[in-house]
Design a protein around this ligand. Sequence first.
Ligand code: B12
Ligand code: SF4
Length: 454
Amino acid sequence: MKIDIVIAYMQRYQTGHEMDFVPPITGIHLAAITPVYHEVRVVHQQVEPVNIDTDADLVAISFFSGFAPEAYRLAQAYRSRGKTVVAGGPHVSYCAEEALEYFDAVVAGEAENVWPQLLVDAENGCLKNIYHGSPSDMRGLPTPRYDLLKSRYFIPKVIQATRGCPFSCSFCSVPTLNPGFRMRPVEELMENIRYDRFPYWWQRKVVWFWDDNLTINRPYIKSVLQAMVPLKKWWLTQASLDIARDPELLALMKASGCIGIFFGIESFGKDSLADANKRQNKVDNYKKAVDALHRQGICVMAGFIAGFDHDTPETIVAMADQLMEIGVDVPFLSILTPFKGTPLYDQMELDNRILDDRGWEYYNGYNVAFQPATMSPEALLQAHRRLWGAAFSPGRCLRRIFRSAFYLRPGAFLMNACMNLFYGFKQLTGNFPVDARKWAGSGIRVRSAAVKME
Ligand code: B12
Ligand code: SF4
């Protein structure tokens, strides 16, 4: 069969997302686990147009909740052209019944153990509605199909070493989406890390781990990093703040070429951290942890969330200064979102706080889909935009670049400069996160009707 794998996307910035540095791994991984006698294409809607008039026999669409309206629109368009259309991913895993209104079949959960059977059934014209994927043991996974990526990605080598996370933050679906903590055999992983068929040196040099929480199992991560030392790569991932208290791990991270770590710091409010069940984060230790990474020359990227029950507009905007004070190099600023499959969703549903006149486009991380505790939804949206404006003001972006020249290693500095310039430029040109209300008739590329919650 000819198969198109489409990673659906809806614009998250007012004038678009001009480029993307790093591709998702989902599409090229699905392509790699597809039996070789099929012909596969991978299309990333974030950076390229989707061809509805494709000659594919089967279209497989992956999407996050925030992009569901566009995925459903695409599915309808493909089906009206007689295509068989299937879906999977974090949204579908929790909303299979809803998705089946638009798709011929869906995979709920991980695909490794059911995707080959789905393809056989599709060929034989006997697709089931729902394929329940069990957690993969992550053994024998192939190298992602980097060869199918379009050349516009700056850092194409995305890798996954582990799945799962032992923590249980209220807003996160990882514990139910990828239960347990599973690791790929080190030698199989190293084969991917050594893959070097890219045209530019930086593409061969940088490895980006798209893991949930890579450093959880210390013996495992240490053996991976030992094996990476001779390869002289630059690498990045996300991890928990506790790594800052492990000097042996930090030294090994430096020796193996770590240039950046993303921490989910989320909040400076102790009560907000308790709301988030983020028991592993201690506000008093933030600066110490960031400093420990800086001493190894590693760039600290950090996520912050606006909208916990103990947040106020003032505490949200204050994060712009606080994150500077603790030394964060690149901030990522989101609005709390009650995704299905999370304790947060269950609690909000129970308390009747989900705004059910707001469609899935409000679930893109930059909009408000619930009734906040201490303010109106509009006040939360505006507080987030003020935080955004302050944190990415040209002055703060330049300060984060200049000060990091004193402590970041060259690769880390380069990346920090690129990311701050990227966000600073967006801010300077007024390219703020899009307000989901503006989709209707605004002239923005993607338009969609709100799809109501089940
Ligand atoms: C890496 C990652 C990112 C990366 C890359 C994003 C990307 N587009 O891939 C970055 C950092 C950019 C990112 C950003 C965001 N992310 Co993110 N991210 C992840 C993370 C940690 C891993 C995803 C991954 O690559 N896994 C590895 C691949 C191989 O597995 P997979 O995608 O799950 O696919 C498997 C199955 O789902 C299935 N499958 C998936 N699609 C399909 C399609 C078909 C047809 C089939 C058959 C099967 C199938 O098969 C695959 C193999 O088993 C997940 C957590 C998680 N465990 O899922 C969060 C997660 C996906 N992210 C999430 C969110 C909310 C976001 C943001 C909106 C956050 C924000 N506030 O800005 C942004 C959106 C950015 C964007 N432009 O897309 C949520 C999504 C929740 C939801 N219900 O939609 C998750 C689940 C984390 C959470 N908070 O719960 N993210
Ligand atoms: S937010 Fe991070 S630490 Fe918390 S459960 Fe999700 S992956 Fe784990």
